[in-house]
Design a protein around this ligand. Structure first.
Ligand code: ADP
Ligand code: MG
Length: 248
């Protein structure tokens, strides 16, 4: 078992003339919480999209547990145990929470209908358990579209956990969330890491959140890797302060 779950080497990705990612190298350590920061438009979400197979990369290599995955599609990579959440939540607003949870498993390409039927009870149990884990058990039968935005984010997080990922890539999990709910979300992320053993890679704009959460942080700027290190080191790096904290 290699220490690095994900290894990214010299990855580049352009959209027409826009160089969204230029020669990016980084790694995600197994069992850790890794952070990615950087100003808006610096290429963070593009990097996630490349990792999970949402679009092909132009150059470079991405390995997961030592195997090259840069040529694989989203479904194939998800089956290996790598999932992402999005800046915008992707729940079915007309359905209740527990149904959203169950649907998130039935969409897995490896879960055949018959297998799903035989596992229905087990899946419902896990759905309820994970709703409790994120603090939404009392809302399990409510229409998810009626939840607050922060609660919808928690639901989306729980939906990802339904698939028992080895690693979860979270794109700005606290964006748009009421500050009073942010601490609860951070606590859930940390517990998913410590208690469920899920490796996390988190894009986060909120500096306080990421400094608290991650053991190693990468900072992007203009599509390039600007700096990386432990939170304390990065926080005091003049290049990071200039690019990020300077508030461009
Ligand atoms: P961040 O997540 O750091 O805010 P993004 O990765 O979303 O940044 O965007 C990086 C750059 O790539 C931006 O200039 C953005 O407009 C561009 N970009 C991202 N996705 C696409 C796309 N699908 N088509 C064209 N340009 C894109
Ligand atoms: Mg983004």
């Amino acid at each position: 078992m290699s220490e690095n779950l994900i290894e990214i080497k010299n990855v580049s990705k352009s959209f027409g003339g826009v160089k969204a990612n230029v020669d990016i190298s980084m790694s995600v350590k197994r069992g850790a919480i890794t952070g990615i920061i950087g100003p808006n438009g610096c290429g963070k979400s593009t990097l996630f999209n490349s990792i999970v197979g949402y679009h092909p990369i132009d150059n470079g290599s991405i390995t997961f547990e030592g195997n090259e995955i840069s040529h694989l599609m989203v479904d194939e990579i998800a089956r290996l145990g790598m999932l992402r959440t999005f800046q915008q939540t992707r729940i079915y607003g007309e359905m209740n929470c527990v149904d959203n949870m169950q649907i998130s498993v039935s969409h897995r390409p490896d879960s055949k209908d018959s297998m799903f039927a035989s596992r229905k009870g087990e899946i419902r149990e896990r759905a309820e358990h994970l709703l409790e884990f994120v603090g939404l058990y009392s809302k399990r039968n409510l229409i998810s579209g009626d939840l607050s935005f922060g609660q919808q984010k928690l639901l989306e997080f729980a939906m990802a956990l339904m698939n028992e990922p080895k690693v979860l890539l979270l794109d700005e999990p606290t964006a748009g969330i009421n500050p009073t709910l942010i601490n609860g979300l951070i606590d859930r992320l940390r517990r998913a890491n410590e208690e469920l053993g899920i490796t996390l890679c988190v894009i986060e704009h909120n500096m306080r959140v990421i400094m608290n959460l991650a053991s190693h942080i990468y900072c992007l700027s203009n599509g390039k890797m600007l700096a990386n290190g432990e939170p304390e080191k990065l926080q005091n790096d003049p290049r990071v302060i200039d690019a990020y904290l300077g508030g461009h």
